[in-house]
Write a protein that binds this ligand. Structure first.
Ligand code: SF4
Length: 343
C-alpha cells in the first residue's frame, strides 16, 4: 500500500520523471495520492484525466491576478473557528483540514494539508457545537473540510452524538472523496458512524471522471446506500479532465447507475495556481446544454458558480429563458427557440 506524499515519491512511483520544480510546488500545496488512485492512473497516457487531477505540475506556480487564497469567501462568514455560516438554514462544519488525496484544483488548497488549518481542538469543537446549538435556524449541518471521512468511525460517532442532541438540526450532510479515493475506509463501522446521529444523512460523493467508478468504489457506494445514507454527487468542471460532453454524460450516468443523484457541477473556483484547469462560463454552459436531451433528466446536475467573495452559489446553467413581462423565449435542448406562451 503506497501513499504518495512528496515530490520524491512521485518519481519513485513512476508518475513524473524528475523532481524538477515540484519541490517548490510541494512547499506551497500538499501532495497526496492514495493506492486506489495510483491504480487508476494510466502512466502510458501523458494526458491521463486521473493523473491530471492528482499529480502536481509546474503550472501551479503561476498565480494569476484574479486568483485568491480564499476563493469562495469562507473566512468572511466564519463566526467561530470551523464554522462557515453563509446561508441562514445551514452551516459548514470543518472539523478537519486533511484529505486522503490533494486535488490539484482544490478550492481550499491554502487551508488543507499539513501546512493548512489543522484539526479543530477540543475547545474549538465545543465552541462550534455551541454555535450550532444556539442558532435555531440551522436545519442542516454540512461536514466538509478537508475530508470528514478521514476521521475514524469512533471520532465521527462522537461528533454525530453531539449533533444528535441538537433538536433543530434535522439533516447531516458529508462532502467527501473517500468512497472513490480510499474506498476501503467505507466499512460497516464507518456506515454505522455516519448514521449514528439518528438524523437524515446525506453524503455528496466528489468524482470528476467516469474512470473513478472502480469496482471498489462501486462497492463502497453500495455499502453506503444499503446502510441508509442518501447519496448525491458533486463534480468540478475541469479542463483536460471532463470538459467534453461524452465524458460528462458518462460521469453523470455513472453516478445514477450507482444510485447517486447528480447534484452540483461546479465551475472551477479562482484558487491560486489553477488557471490551467479553468474553462470559460460560456463553454461550461454549452456543455451543460448539450447534456439536456442527450441523457435522462435523472442525470442532470445543476451547474453552479460560487461567487467570489463569499456571496454564495449561483445557478449558471444554460440561459434557456429570456424576456419578461409575461412573454419569454425558451430555448430547447437542440438550440431551437420558442415563444412562451405560444403566439
Ligand atoms: S478532497 Fe476536496 S478539500 Fe480535499 S483536496 Fe480535494 S477538493 Fe480539496
Amino acid at each position: 500500500m503506497t501513499f504518495v506524499k512528496s515530490a520524491k515519491a512521485l518519481v519513485e512511483a513512476g508518475l513524473v520523471q524528475d523532481v524538477g520544480a515540484l519541490d517548490a510546488v510541494a512547499k506551497r500545496y500538499a501532495i497526496g495520492i492514495t493506492p486506489a488512485v495510483l491504480e487508476l492512473i494510466d502512466r502510458a497516457d501523458s494526458n491521463d484525466p486521473i493523473a491530471r487531477q492528482f499529480v502536481p505540475t509546474e503550472a501551479e506556480l503561476l498565480t494569476t491576478p484574479e486568483e485568491r487564497a480564499d476563493p469562495i469567501g469562507d473566512l468572511s462568514h466564519s463566526p467561530v473557528e470551523g464554522i462557515v455560516h453563509r446561508y441562514p438554514d445551514r452551516v459548514l462544519l470543518k472539523a478537519v483540514h486533511v484529505c486522503p488525496v490533494y486535488c490539484r484544483f482544490c478550492f481550499r488548497r491554502e487551508m488543507v494539508g499539513p501546512q493548512g488549518l489543522g484539526t479543530l481542538t477540543g475547545p474549538e469543537l465545543d465552541a462550534a457545537m455551541e454555535y450550532i446549538a444556539a442558532h435555531e435556524e440551522i436545519w442542516e449541518v454540512i461536514l466538509t473540510g478537508g475530508d470528514p471521512l478521514v476521521l475514524s468511525p469512533r471520532r465521527l460517532t462522537g461528533l454525530m452524538q453531539r449533533l444528535a442532541k441538537i433538536e433543530h438540526v434535522k439533516i447531516v450532510r458529508f462532502h467527501t472523496r473517500v468512497p472513490v479515493v480510499e474506498p476501503e475506509r467505507i466499512d460497516e463501522a464507518m456506515v454505522e458512524a455516519l448514521m449514528s446521529s439518528g438524523k437524515t444523512t446525506y453524503l455528496a460523493v466528489h468524482a470528476n471522471h467516469p474512470r473513478e467508478f472502480s469496482p471498489a468504489a462501486r462497492q463502497a457506494f453500495k455499502r453506503l446506500f444499503d446502510g441508509g445514507v442518501a447519496l448525491l454527487s458533486q463534480s468540478v468542471l475541469l479542463r483536460g479532465v471532463n470538459d467534453d460532453v461524452e465524458t460528462l454524460a458518462a460521469l453523470m450516468r455513472g453516478f445514477v447507475e450507482n444510485r447517486i443523484k447528480p447534484y452540483y457541477l461546479h465551475h472551477p473556483d479562482l484558487a491560486p495556481g489553477t488557471s490551467h484547469f479553468r474553462i470559460g462560463i460560456e463553454e461550461g454552459q454549452a456543455l451543460v446544454a448539450a447534456l439536456r436531451g442527450r441523457i435522462s433528466g435523472l442525470c442532470q446536475p445543476t451547474y453552479v458558480l460560487d461567487i467570489p467573495g463569499g456571496h454564495g452559489k449561483a445557478d449558471i446553467g444554460a440561459a434557456t429563458v429570456s424576456g419578461g413581462d409575461g412573454c419569454f423565449t425558451v430555448r430547447d435542448w437542440q438550440g431551437g427557440e420558442h415563444a412562451y406562451p405560444p403566439e
